[in-house]
Design a binder for this molecule. Structure first.
Ligand code: AMP
Length: 212
């Protein structure tokens, strides 16, 4: 089963993807995480995309499609969760072609809807565990001394989790990514859920879509 989690920054895609990994053994393919890893390891590509990411703009289709293509060869029986990919119609077409080539298909596209005011407060104040990626928030889930999930003591805030970059990220979402909602609706595999609900309820709703 291969699924896309679609939604604006802060909708909870990463959080839900991690649960699907834990509970269903699926493989999370987050282009944002791959790009951040390229930056940390200082590859040429990582250096090229750093400023684009920090400003909140999209990196080129060519780069992210290449990153996804490398991962699709991973042997996996439970399926992939595409998290933060595709973000443009060009990426959506490329994904379809790549999956066709390996005789796989896209089963569900799950749109996580969250209103814009909620996104701003979710993102500004967000931090993550440096080791396992668990998400904390200075109002709703303050950082503990040690991560609840893995015990690490190191937490990080993303350079693009500030109001200015978020505005650019939201504009990129509405301009380039939101057309995918209509595109996948027309293809017949779109399911929309309210991403503002409690994390456990959102997870249950995703679970019931996957059980169809
Ligand atoms: P994310 O972690 O998904 O919020 O992504 C962080 C940043 O990485 C985005 O704001 C973009 O600069 C870049 N990025 C991640 N995924 C993509 C993608 N599929 N297409 C273009 N840029 C991406």
């Amino acid at each position: 089963m291969n699924i896309i989690l679609l939604g604006p920054p802060g909708a909870g895609k990463g959080t839900q993807a991690r649960r699907l990994v834990e509970e269903h053994g699926m493989i999370q393919l987050s282009t944002g995480d791959m790009l951040r890893a390229a930056r940390t390891s200082g590859t040429d590509m990582g250096k090229r995309v750093a400023a684009v990411m920090d400003a909140g703009n999209l990196v080129t289709d060519e780069i992210v499609i290449g990153l996804i293509e490398e991962q699709l060869s991973i042997d996996n029986s439970k399926g992939f969760i595409f998290d933060g990919f595709p973000r443009t119609l060009g990426q959506a077409d490329a994904l379809e072609n790549l999956l066709n080539k390996i005789n796989k298909q896209l089963n569900f596209v799950i749109e996580m809807k969250v209103d814009d005011d909620a996104l701003v407060s979710r993102i500004v104040g967000r931090s993550t565990c440096d080791s396992c990626g668990e998400v904390y928030h200075n109002v709703t889930k303050p950082e503990p001394n040690e991560c609840h999930m893995c015990g690490s003591k190191i937490f990080k805030s993303r350079a693009d989790d500030n109001e200015l970059s978020l505005k650019t990220r939201l504009m990129a979402y509405y301009r380039d990514t939101s057309p995918l909602i209509g595109y996948y609706y027309a293809k017949g595999n779109l399911y929309s859920i309210n991403g503002l609900q409690d994390i456990n309820i959102v997870a249950e709703k995703i679970g019931s879509i996957l059980n169809r």
